[in-house]
Every structure is written in C-alpha cells, then in structure tokens.
Design a binder for this molecule. Structure first.
Ligand code: GSH
Length: 215
C-alpha cells in the first residue's frame, strides 16, 4: 500500500495567539498539516461550512479524517498525545502530569480568558460585546498581578516544567506575546524567558505561518 505523505491534519484559523498554538506544536513535532488561514471577525467563521466544522464559530479548529476538534489547548494536547516522540516534554508520572495540568489551567483560565480576552472583548470588540472600561482596566490589573505570580514561580527557569519545553510553555509564550501587544509591562524574568523561547526555530516558523501566512 502506498504510504501517505501529504498532510492528513487540517487546521482552520490564523492571525491570533490561539491559532498560533496548534501550528506551533505541529511545527515542534514535525507534523505535516494544511492551514485554512481564516481570520477572526472576518465573517469566515460564520459560513455554513465552517459552522458545520465548529458550531461555536471559533478558531482554531482541527480536522483529521472525520475527527473534529476545537479549543487551542485540546488540539495541542491531542497533537502531542497522538505523535509520540521526544521532541516535546511529556510528563512521566501522575504528579508531573498534574503539575503541567495545573499550569495549563492557570495560564488558560487566569491569563488567556479572564485577563487578555476580557480586554479584547470589551475594548477591541466593544462594538459586539459592549464598552466596559472598568472591566478592561480591572482585567489589565489582574493580568499584571498574575504575570508577577508566574514570574515568581518560574524563578528564572528555562521552561515551566523541569523536563523541558512543553505545552505549558506554548500557553505561557502565546499569552506573553499577547500581553506585549496589549502594552502590558512584562516582568524582567519573563521578558528573558520570552526572548529565549522566541529563538526556537519551530516558534519562528509557526509565527511566520500564523501571522504572515507564508510557507
Ligand atoms: N477557547 C477557545 C477560544 C477561541 C476563540 O475565541 N477564538 C477567537 C479568535 S482568537 C474567535 O474565533 N472568535 C470568533 C470570530 O472571530 O469570529 C480556544 O482557545 O480555542
């Protein structure tokens, strides 16, 4: 039987911190993929075809065969679980898995959704979700508080998990980039972390694909 060489995984969505995550993990793991670079708030998430793929009308989304998956974190987890290999950190014990999960829940819940996305909703997307200056400034303060907590917890480490670069770093880095774009002052230790992680080849390739839609 002829071996299948082309991409069997398709991603939808480009141009945001959330869409960068699966693209970056695929680049880290060397997984071939094709990208439908539909953007947020362009109307492309509202089409009938896309709504069939993701009734939430959100990006990113993934399709592999007839397996549909949404949620940036879930897609990254799936890519790592379904492509064994050493290229990315994988917890070896229940305790390590729990620690990594703790970080992912924390970063996703407190930085991504509760801080940065609140700022996006009530400032950039105020025409849809309503103007709420107090919510935006509260979210900004909240982000600053948790960036400082993360900085303290990291203690200058190269990666979140002692075992190496992993999914929690993907979440942290994409939140730091987002915070930077929003003009938040990132603590010095996290700035150094951001510079180090930003030198990863796979990150650079993914940034290029996600933001420039280049090869
Ligand atoms: N929890 C979701 C959030 C996805 C999300 O809100 N995506 C935004 C763009 S970052 C979106 O698709 N918004 C709808 C639209 O732009 O039409 C994830 O992490 O994947």
């Amino acid at each position: 039987m002829a071996e299948r060489t082309g991409p069997v995984i398709s991603f939808w969505g480009a141009g945001t911190s959330r869409t960068l995550r699966p693209i970056w993990v695929a680049e880290e793991l060397g997984i071939p993929y094709e990208l439908m670079p539909i953007g947020p708030r362009t109307g492309e998430t509202q089409t009938e075809d896309f709504t069939r793929l993701n009734p939430k009308q959100k990006i990113p989304a993934m399709l592999e065969g007839d397996f549909r998956l949404t949620e940036s974190l879930a897609i990254c987890r799936y890519l790592i679980a379904s492509h064994p290999g050493a290229a990315i950190y994988r917890p070896a014990t229940p305790q390590e898995a729990a620690r990594e999960d703790e970080w992912c829940c924390y970063l996703y819940g407190e930085l991504d959704e509760t801080s940065l996305y609140v700022m996006r909703r009530h400032r950039d997307l105020a025409h849809i979700y309503g103007e709420a200056p107090a919510a935006v400034s509260g979210a900004r303060d909240y982000a600053m508080k948790h960036l400082s907590v993360v900085d303290g917890q990291m203690c200058g480490r190269d990666h979140i998990m002692a075992g190496g670069f992993g999914i929690a770093d993907v979440l942290l880095m994409t939140c730091l980039d987002w915070a930077h774009v929003y003009g938040l002052e990132i603590p010095r230790g996290l700035m150094a972390y951001r510079e180090r992680i930003g030198r990863r080849e796979a990150y650079r390739r993914a940034m290029n694909v996600n933001f420039n839609q280049g090869a």
